[in-house]
Design a protein. Structure first.
Length: 215
């Protein structure tokens, strides 16, 4: 009985430690001109001994064209991993079980051609996780954007990611210089590959009253 209890306590302690690890994963906010080759760095912090991971983010298909990656000087240099792009999302996978760690740096640099249309870079929360030991760890996610450098518009403060209870009022706001008008959009597929305008949402602040699980 003592041996059983000891094993159980060690197992619980290990799982608690793995789940307590707060990994931060961030996509950049960048601008480019039509036809530019752009680098999108996958920024990571607090990553300690990940033996596997899968990461996926989406973008609008008329914004970017994937052309490859560069692992030089990143966490993935010298490691075997996979990158698959389907013209509207990029997926990175690693299952070699040789631990990857990064306190604060670039996990991998991805290369694209900018095709002129601005786009959000949106993490797919259901397909983005790290494996620490034998436990799946969900990272804290920061989405990104790519915009046209010749528009004269610069977003100086982006909306924060929020979690709301049903029937709460969800508030989002941004600040920009050079903007003559605003238009908030919502993802129509929940992963950020297609969007629709929110009618009447044309100011710096977006208020969604009485949210529900389908909002």
């Amino acid at each position: 009985m003592k041996n059983y209890l000891r094993i159980l306590i060690i197992l619980l302690a290990f799982v608690t430690k793995a789940n307590a690890q707060l990994i931060n994963l961030e996509l950049p906010r960048i601008t480019a001109s039509l036809g530019d080759t752009v680098t999108i760095p996958i920024q990571v912090s607090n990553l300690d001994s990940a033996v596997a991971f899968q990461l996926r983010f989406s973008y609008q298909s008329n914004s970017l064209r994937y052309i490859g990656y560069d692992s030089t000087g990143t966490s993935m240099q010298g490691s075997a991993f996979g990158v698959i792009d389907d013209s509207s999302s990029t997926r990175i996978s690693y299952f070699q079980f040789s631990p990857i760690s990064q306190n604060n740096g670039v996990l991998l640099n991805l290369k694209y051609i900018f095709m002129g249309s601005p786009s959000s870079l949106v993490w797919n929360q259901l397909q983005t996780e790290f494996t620490i030991g034998s436990s799946a760890v969900m990272p804290s996610l920061i989405h990104g954007t790519i915009g046209h450098s010749n528009t004269g518009v610069s977003i100086t403060s982006f909306p924060s990611i929020g979690t709301f209870c049903e029937s709460d009022t969800a508030l989002f706001s941004l600040q920009a210089t050079g903007a003559g008008a605003y238009q908030w959009q919502i993802s129509t597929d929940t992963i950020g590959t297609s969007f629709a305008n929110l009618i009447g949402a044309t100011s710096e602040t977006l208020s969604i009253p009485a949210v529900d699980r389908n909002t």
